[in-house]
Design a protein around this ligand. Structure first.
Ligand code: SIN
Ligand code: FE
Length: 311
């Protein structure tokens, strides 16, 4: 069972009792790193009443701020909100709400994930106000197909993608499907179908596209994909394009209750969202060296397969 449920009472105990609690938290980190989901039926990061009311009113009020809205904490920047039709006051309120949410999740995980000692980069937060069921997106952008996460324009260079979610819908569950973790499924793709790019930039058998992507990365250092990032991007695409995998792999349905939160390494755990509306999410890029189980990181698994370093 990939889901580990943590009640607020258990969480409170773990945060309170020094050595016993820290043992508990180490165990939870291990579950997470191996590809489990830590599930809080009642969120440990409640949103201020006013912010919640505002977020839930975004579509009801006829506002056109209806795309995924992103908040970039490093630059205190809001994007994705429709500036044409949303009023200045509405944009300002959205900005403040996202800023508070991002800071609250960061503060909580700073305490909860004590073994990592904040060896992470606070990445984007997002608000997802759109109904997930029946969304009409191009195949590689579909979130209802199982995939491991990789960011096309933000290579992580081996860092792990930890995501903290909150289903803020007052009555509906957010419905996911999750598959077996990276280490169990990577063999279906690599190295036969999906060659692992080499660190010298010579992409053995990976075709022109990958070679070009790596070449391009060298011209634009800020976007540079390491061989690891290149592989993870291709794995994301290959999973979505593999209909046999989509239909036949071991998987489980998970329903996240209204008002719940959960966290998962999404570059490790294949996941898909089938239905749900109104979720908040904060991403962390966690240093692979901070892991309680360093060998569980996809970087380590891939490097062992390739017999060479990939970042
Ligand atoms: C995803 O990361 O693929 C989507 C998850 C969600 O929005 O619930
Ligand atoms: Fe995803």
């Amino acid at each position: 069972m990939p889901v580990h449920t943590i009640s607020l009472a258990e969480l409170g105990e773990a945060l309170k009792t020094a050595s016993e609690g820290s043992e508990r938290i180490h165990e939870w980190c291990k579950e997470l790193e191996r590809g489990g989901i830590l599930y809080f039926p009642e969120t440990p990061v409640p949103i201020p009443h006013q912010d919640l009311g505002f977020l839930l009113s975004v579509q009801q009020s006829g506002s056109r701020m209806h795309k995924n809205i992103a908040y970039k904490p490093d630059r205190d920047l809001l994007s994705g909100a429709d500036r044409g039709s949303a009023g200045t006051a509405e944009l300002k309120q959205m900005h403040g709400t996202m800023r508070r949410y991002s800071a609250a999740v960061d503060a909580f995980l700073g305490r909860f994930l004590e073994p990592y000692a904040r060896r992470w980069q606070l990445d984007y937060a997002s608000f997802r106000p759109i109904e997930e069921e029946g969304r009409n997106l191009p195949l590689r952008r579909r979130n209802d197909l199982l995939h491991t996460d990789a960011f096309p324009t933000r290579p992580t260079r081996g860092r792990r993608i930890l995501r903290f979610f909150h289903n803020i819908h007052p009555t509906r569950t957010r419905d996911w499907v999750v598959g077996e973790p990276f280490g169990r499924v990577v063999g279906r793709f690599a190295p036969n179908k999906l060659p692992i790019p080499r660190p010298d930039g010579v992409v053995k058998g990976a075709g022109k596209l990958a070679a070009r992507a790596i070449g391009l990365g060298m011209l634009m250092p800020q976007l540079k994909r390491t061989p690891y990032d290149e592989f993870m991007m291709q794995m994301h695409n290959a999973m979505k394009e593999d209909s046999e995998f989509q239909l036949g792999c071991a998987r489980e349905k998970v329903q996240f209750a209204p008002g719940s939160s959960w966290m998962v390494y999404t570059e490790t755990v294949p996941h898909a969202v089938l239905a749900g509306k109104f979720a908040l999410e904060q991403t962390f890029l966690v240093d692979a060296k901070a892991m309680v189980l360093p060998e569980s990181a996809p970087l380590k698994i891939l490097e062992a397969m390739a017999g060479t370093r990939l970042v």
